[in-house]
Design a protein around this ligand. Sequence first.
Ligand SMILES: NC(=O)c1ccc[n+]([C@@H]2O[C@H](COP(=O)([O-])OP(=O)(O)OC[C@H]3O[C@@H](n4cnc5c(N)ncnc54)[C@H](OP(=O)(O)O)[C@@H]3O)[C@@H](O)[C@H]2O)c1
Length: 316
Amino acid sequence: MKALTFTEFGAASVLQYITVADPIVTAETVLVKTTYIGLNYADIYRRQGTYHLADHTPYIDGYEGIGVIVEVGSAVTDYAIGDRVMFVDVPLANAELVAVPVANVIRVPDLLSDQFAASIGLQGLTADFLAHDLAQNQPGDRVLIHGISGGVGQILSQMLTADGCQVYGVASTPAKQRLALDAGAEKVFLRHDDWAKDYHDYFATVFDGVGKTLPLSLQLTATRGRIVFYGMAGGNPPKVDPLALMQGSKSLMTGDLWDFLIDAPSRQKRAARLFGYVQRQQITLNVPTIFPLAEGAQAHEALEQGKVAGKILLQP
Ligand SMILES: NC(=O)c1ccc[n+]([C@@H]2O[C@H](COP(=O)([O-])OP(=O)(O)OC[C@H]3O[C@@H](n4cnc5c(N)ncnc54)[C@H](OP(=O)(O)O)[C@@H]3O)[C@@H](O)[C@H]2O)c1
């Protein structure tokens, strides 16, 4: 099979599209022929050597995709050849074929196209656990999302709006501000404007996937409110003083999606909850940008340079 690989860490130029051995199908796996593979920030960190990466020679990036089952392991009873399935936490996904443990398989409802399902998978399940496992906001709560027009941000914003929250956000450009307002946000601040001084101690929850904004998030969070820290798209976060948190009875919560997708039932339950928002037309997405898997290096560069609004998909 063909795969997007690398043997050393570094810039996008280390990526090579080459022929490698097909994956081995064990008793409890299914072999998925991928139609689309989702590209995520974590793939950049892995290529740079700063994030957990499956041991493999050569390295193969990628953890989420959608496709059709072409082979089933001897112990698999719930799935058959021809089933359309997706996965969000399976390594070695930047390839034409991926061996997916049966517990990691997620069935795709008919109403979702391959492109839509591939675009919402990992970022949608992330938004779901941030909103429903960590923050647990009540209708009427005021919440703020940094990077509201990013992949997770867009989905989280629509999900919380549907949950009855008043959603505020921060974006870098007027075009991204417009995108978030059109998706239902109440107010969207421009990152470089001087807006924050009027919103100290204001939000029940601040969702921070940017990282270096943590001190600002602490100021914006209301007494007894919480900061949900889940990523560092803007660089490593500065240290947070626990005393500063305690003085306003503020809490810092964190989480990694993989600690919330621990078995087949937890994946299916969360996926069903996410797809429910789509079925009720409470979440829409802009059209994804598609690169051939062979041009994965250009896709990585586009993501790193913030050139693309919305999801980037790789097509084998
Ligand atoms: N904890 C988990 O389980 C988990 C799971 C998935 C993703 N994540 C993390 O969540 C974050 C967002 O992921 P994503 O897939 O949504 O990425 P994305 O689509 O690329 O969005 C990144 C967002 O970060 C904002 N941003 C980037 N640099 C910034 C800076 N210097 N200052 C302020 N904002 C900045 C961008 O804002 P603009 O668009 O306005 O420029 C963009 O909206 C990443 O850190 C990712 O690693 C965590």
